[in-house]
Write a protein that binds this ligand. Structure first.
Ligand SMILES: Cc1ncc(COP(=O)(O)O)c(C=O)c1O
Length: 382
């Protein structure tokens, strides 16, 4: 059996967890949390990185920092995970969904401006599979319309746009360290605070509404409740696990990109014959091998393909059900403009197994089995 995902285990995590336990201080913002944040700040040239309990909580923090109010509107793609839209609901604002580009499945930057109204407050750019959205255009629209930009870079750790790491371009960036992501702490994430003006409030928000971080730095002599807050601090045990993984940032990235390149090479001839489509990698983007997908003819062919792979013991999966057609999307959001690609393209997309350390044999088996499906020209064989 070839799993769709195998959670990353480097092998050094237990040593660091033991070290964390030895420090007898397991609550948040201890030594390992600081090490992780410092490493990411330096590596990604990020102003401030705050470790969080999930990618979802990083998005929630970003939305709270943007201060969405009832009646406000926030522009985002419908082809994304629920958390991207859920954070908008925290302020009782309205998610306004815009169609995706079929080549990358990212929000179509050329359709954003038509969705802007006097109530629009922000754009959330989700970088699908670590392939960047067209950020220059998005940042320019945001500047001209005085909008905030949140990057949902849950899948984008280590990926770049025009040489700049994803998550560091917008006002706020969100990483996920869920076990399905390139680097993991089980459940976890990080908020990248790219504007100095947001930082003090971000620290307070993450520390239950208190100015405890300032107190720990010796900037004040007692701490107190000063603003809205919640608890978004992961424990040192999780941070120690992540620290082990961050030691291998480059090796993991290179390994995943190796599998990605092998898939790309194997399926490019099929794409040239028009039997499948694969994700475009625009010139300005450096991806991180988070995922590899094929787009088949339609839902029916995709269903047959998944069955064909499963019969050979290979798990190929699809996502997402577009948010605007999900029950909460229907209740709380609206689609701006026409859904030309979101539904149609999502129904024909299937992801192949992709994880760190995938063996050449397993990769070859996935490729051979998938190619076998198309050997008769893509006619359904399952
Ligand atoms: C695009 C996107 N946004 C947000 C999330 C939420 O991250 P987490 O599972 O860490 O809460 C995920 C991952 O699950 C995701 O893929």
């Amino acid at each position: 059996m070839i799993s769709f995902n195998v959670p990353l285990v480097i092998g050094n995590e237990m040593d660091y967890i033991k070290e964390a336990i030895g420090q007898k201080r397991l609550s948040g913002d201890g030594e390992f949390t600081k090490r992780c944040c410092r490493l990411m700040e330096e590596r990604f040239q990020a102003k401030h990185v705050l470790l969080t309990t999930s990618g979802t909580s990083a998005l929630d923090m970003a939305a709270i920092l943007c201060d969405f109010q009832p009646g406000d509107e926030v522009i985002l793609p419908s082809y994304t995970f629920s958390s991207t839209a859920n954070c908008v609901l925290l302020g009782r604002a309205t998610p306004v969904f815009v169609d995706v580009r079929p080549d990358t499945m990212n929000i179509d930057e050329t359709k954003i401006e038509a969705a802007i109204t006097p109530r629009t407050r922000a754009i959330i750019a989700m970088h699908y599979g670590g392939v960047a959205c067209e950020m220059d255009t998005i940042m320019d629209i945001a500047r001209r319309h005085h909008l905030r930009v949140i990057e949902d870079a849950a899948q984008g750790v280590m990926a770049k746009y025009k040489g700049q790491y994803l998550g560091t371009i917008g006002d706020l960036g969100c990483f996920s360290f869920h076990e399905t992501k390139n680097y993991s702490m089980g459940e976890g994430g990080a908020l990248l605070v790219n504007r100095e003006a947001d930082y003090e409030r971000a620290e307070i928000l993450r520390e239950k509404g208190t100015n405890r971080s300032k107190f720990f730095r010796g900037e004040i002599d007692k701490y107190t409740w000063v603003d809205l807050g919640d608890s978004y601090l992961p424990s040192e045990i999780n941070a120690a696990y992540l620290w082990g993984q961050l030691q291998m940032l480059d090796a993991v990235n290179a390994d995943r990109l190796h599998t990605y390149a092998a898939y790309r090479e194997a399926f490019t001839p099929l794409a040239e014959q028009g039997l499948v489509e694969i994700q475009a990698l625009p010139e300005d983007c450096e991806n991180n091998g988070h995922l590899f997908y094929l787009k088949l003819r339609d839902l029916e062919e995709r269903t047959a393909f998944i069955r064909h792979m499963k019969a050979a013991g290979i798990m190929a999966v699809f996502h997402y059900v577009p948010l605007h057609s999900a029950p909460a999307g229907l209740r709380y959001g609206r689609f701006a403009g026409e859904d030309i690609y979101t539904t149609r393209e999502s129904e024909r997309l299937v992801r192949l197994p992709m994880y760190y350390g995938m063996t050449t044999e397993d990769r070859q088996q996935v490729i051979a089995t998938a190619l076998g499906f198309f050997a008769d020209g893509g006619v359904h064989d399952a």
